[in-house]
Design a protein around this ligand. Structure first.
Ligand code: XUL
Ligand code: MN
Length: 344
């Protein structure tokens, strides 16, 4: 299929065993080697990693061991014709980060978070990417009074300054999410993420990643979140998916819940030439009901919907659209978009 200059990525966690908070896994684990083979077969170019997707059990390994395992992985990626898009620290599973990582009230937890992030940065560099993504999973509160939210911002800036100094060749993209697992997260939107980056010592190496579902959970329009990032030249990655209302983070396949909302995301990305700025990342999960042999289709379906929508964006009659805008006839504009989306 024509890819219009776009490159695509997903993370190994997007081929999952289907566990949810109320039930166990429903599909057998897919070995990493098999996942790697799926990338090219499904038409993808790049891999997104959590640090321990790349180097399992890294807390128990020496820096030299981490480095050599990451280098070995890099040559497997080279052999498979793939690149690493980014690496993200998985900071939310160790018992020490139960009440937060960089913003925990416990100084030992904060130190663990920084040490672990240094390892993530080492892995990213060994994998040949200059991008680290930070999803602030447990930086927030279940109980509003339990932490000082002003100090939390200072702690995040201190942590970011430490990372920026530790790895001068690396860029950092913050992936905001308003809730889950926390009740209230400290950096809930792209506006917060951009502002946080500007408060660091090296704002030019601070950017953002917009995830569709996270924007919707914040009650915001994902296309406008992307637009805000683009306006600041800070949109360095995306996690396209879909979300049916204000529920748990569903990570549905892109465009499958709300096609018009998906179209609007592709419209802003394509109009502002995102294909020259970054890789189109997916963060999508197969439905829990699906058997292993079909539990990859959500990936290729998301990629295809994106490309079908690029075609719809590029074939849009911009003169007719502009005429509606000039006449302030938004009812006609509404109809024009729907007719075009439905190819009528
Ligand atoms: C969590 C989420 C994460 C990040 C990477 O909701 O989206 O998978 O994308 O840490
Ligand atoms: Mn994500």
């Amino acid at each position: 299929m024509e890819k219009y200059g776009y490159k695509f990525s997903f993370g190994p966690w997007n081929i999952s065993e289907g566990a949810d908070p109320f039930g166990p896994t429903v599909r057998p684990p897919v070995p990493f080697e098999q996942k790697l083979a799926a990338y090219q077969r499904l038409g993808f170019d790049a891999v997104q990693f959590h640090d321990d997707d790349a180097v399992p059990n890294l807390d128990d390994k020496s820096p030299a061991q981490i480095e050599s395992e990451a280098r070995a992985l890099k040559s497997r990626l080279d052999d498979a014709g793939l690149v690493a898009e980014f690496v993200a620290p998985r900071l939310w599973e160790d018992p020490i980060t139960v009440d937060g990582a960089y913003t925990s009230n416990d100084p030992q937890a904060r130190q663990y978070a920084l040490d672990r992030t240094h390892k993530t940065l080492d892995i990213a560099q060994a994998l040949g990417t200059d991008l680290m993504v930070l999803w602030f999973a447990r930086e927030g509160t279940y109980l509003r009074e339990a932490k000082d939210a002003v100090r939390a911002v200072d702690l995040l800036v201190e942590a970011l300054d430490d990372m920026l100094a530790y790895a001068p060749g690396m860029r950092i993209a913050v992936e905001p999410k308003p809730n889950e697992p926390m009740d209230q997260s400290y950096i809930p939107t792209i506006g917060h993420a951009v502002a946080l980056g500007l408060k660091t010592r090296v704002p030019e190496r601070m950017g953002v990643l917009v995830e569709t579902a996270h924007a919707i959970l914040a009650g915001l329009d994902p296309a406008d979140e992307m637009a805000f990032g683009l306006a600041y030249d800070k949109l360095w990655s995306v996690h396209l998916n879909d979300q049916n209302g204000l529920k748990f983070d569903q990570d549905r396949a892109f465009g499958m819940v709300n096609l018009r909302r998906a179209f609007d995301q592709v419209l802003v990305l394509d109009d502002y030439r995102f294909y020259e700025r970054g890789i189109v990342g997916l963060d999508v999960k197969a439905l829990r009901t699906q058997a292993p042999d079909v539990a990859e289709k959500h990936l290729v379906n998301s990629l295809d919907v994106f490309l079908w929508l690029v075609e719809r964006v590029r074939s849009l009659d911009r003169d007719a659209m502009q005429a509606c805008i000039d006449a302030r006839d938004y009812e006609e504009l509404d109809r024009l978009i729907m007719q075009h989306l439905l190819a009528l």
